[in-house]
Write a protein that binds this ligand. Structure first.
Ligand code: ADP
Length: 411
């Protein structure tokens, strides 16, 4: 059986097709510029070396999904004979609010609830819902499952998820910390437990996801107990273009003294800050090259990036007592020895001892896990490549394999 994983953005669809069980990737791709001039579909089939690129205008998401399906069904190069081979479609959905704690079989009510959560994720939930509606029409024989980016963090206790604001803002406007990247944090936590040969419920972990967006979680006895992103993904660590933590009074200050209105402030904090704001680039590889050659802006950006990480490690260490392992993942976490080293430097008093030689390596593929601590280290330091699509496929599989009473036939 096959499961198609799709991640629908406002003008893009990212997808990956898996053979299940076993989560063997068959094909993957990215469709860009939906609804704009010059749509581009880049499709990779695992059997062929070169990607296939198709350029044509794609007016909407349904036509986009149809174009993807046409490629998958192509009689010479496709890996499907008929759409019904896709038993289920797993959808990445950014915001499930307090309603969704786990992957969920999609019904009309679930789609309505995803749309009702749009005020919490205005850029993501509406296109996610459009993707689901389109997939339901194009794959009428497939089950549809929603996997929520917020779900893993729904175990946060109240003292961790509330802001110190009037309680009415929580009750009436759902203002609280939700956390994001949950699929990635959950996946690497599960893999860390397997690697440590422990039940996840016996593991205390700090998981650090460092991609363009960056976030960190404290996982206590296998359950997320704190995370760095909040009501929106803006809170917490320094990211590619997001500021992370700032004084909330910054907003009033900018409005009063810099003549900026709310959309401008939102744009600065979300799209023009972080590494981009500090060093003019949101690509950590560029910044590290400039850091090595003594560029002042790059030096400040890298130092601040790692200092923020170090502060959060200290906080989560205190929250957990002592973690069993610290896990690095995503583009920067998996591939940058310098960032890992600068972040962990000086933490020996916390029994964190990095081995510089082991740290110089990066995982060879999506399956290998590296341990990079010295032998004397009381805390294991792990690099675990994240694989959010695979996790969505696995969670989709678990939903369709365990039907609720009368919900759907077993597959
Ligand atoms: P996304 O959040 O878009 O999925 P990724 O997980 O791919 O992002 O991470 C992108 C970030 O990873 C970029 O800042 C990129 O520069 C950084 N990155 C990728 N490879 C390396 C590397 N070898 N060294 C340092 N940074 C890297």
């Amino acid at each position: 059986m096959k499961i198609l994983v799709i991640n629908t953005g406002s003008s893009s669809i990212k997808y990956r097709l898996f053979q299940m069980p076993g989560s063997l990737p068959l094909a993957a791709g990215l469709l860009e510029r939906i609804g704009e001039k010059g749509g581009k579909l880049t499709h990779r089939d695992e059997r062929y070396k070169r990607p296939l690129v198709v350029e044509s205008d794609i007016p909407d998401h349904k036509s986009g999904l149809q174009a993807i399906l046409n490629l998958l069904l192509d009689p010479t190069n496709g890996c499907l004979r008929e759409p019904s081979e896709i038993k289920a479609v797993g959808h990445r959905v950014v915001h499930g609010g307090e309603m969704f704690h786990e992957p969920t079989l999609i019904t009309d009510d679930v789609i309505k609830a995803i749309e009702e959560h749009a005020p919490l994720a205005p850029l993501h939930n509406p296109p996610n819902a459009v993707g689901i509606r389109s997939a339901r029409e194009l794959f009428p024989g497939s089950l549809q499952v929603a996997v929520f980016d917020t779900a893993f963090h729904q175990t946060l206790p109240p003292h961790s998820f509330h802001y110190a604001l009037p309680r009415s803002l929580y009750r009436e406007h759902r203002v609280r910390r939700y956390g994001f990247h949950g699929t990635s944090h959950g996946y690497v936590a599960r893999r860390a437990a397997e690697h440590l040969r422990r039940d996840l419920r016996d593991c205390n972990l700090i998981t650090i996801h460092l991609g363009n967006g960056a976030s960190m979680s404290a996982v206590k006895n296998g359950r997320c107990t704190d995370t760095s992103m909040g009501l929106t993904p803006l809170e917490g660590l320094i990211m590619g273009t997001r500021s992370g933590d700032v004084d909330p009074a910054l907003h009033f200050y900018l409005a009063r003294n810099a003549g900026m209105d709310l959309p401008e402030i939102e744009k600065v904090l979300n799209r023009e800050s972080g590494l981009l704001g500090l060093a003019g680039s949101n690509d950590m590889r560029d910044i590290l090259k400039r850091y090595e050659s003594g560029d002042d802006d790059a030096r400040l950006a890298v130092t601040m990036f790692c200092y923020r990480l170090k502060k959060y490690i200290g906080a989560y260490y205190a929250v957990l007592g002592k973690p069993d392992a610290i896990v690095f993942t995503a583009g920067i976490g998996e591939n940058s020895p310098q960032i890992r080293a600068l972040t962990l430097e000086g933490l020996e008093a916390l029994d964190i001892h990095l081995d510089p030689e082991k740290n110089a390596r990066s995982p060879d593929d999506h399956h290998s896990i590296l341990e990079i601590q010295r032998e004397l280290s009381g805390i294991r330091l792990l690099i675990i490549p994240t694989d959010e699509e695979r996790e969505i496929a696995d969670q989709t599989m678990s939903v369709i394999s365990s039907p609720g009473p009368g919900e759907h036939p077993p597959v």
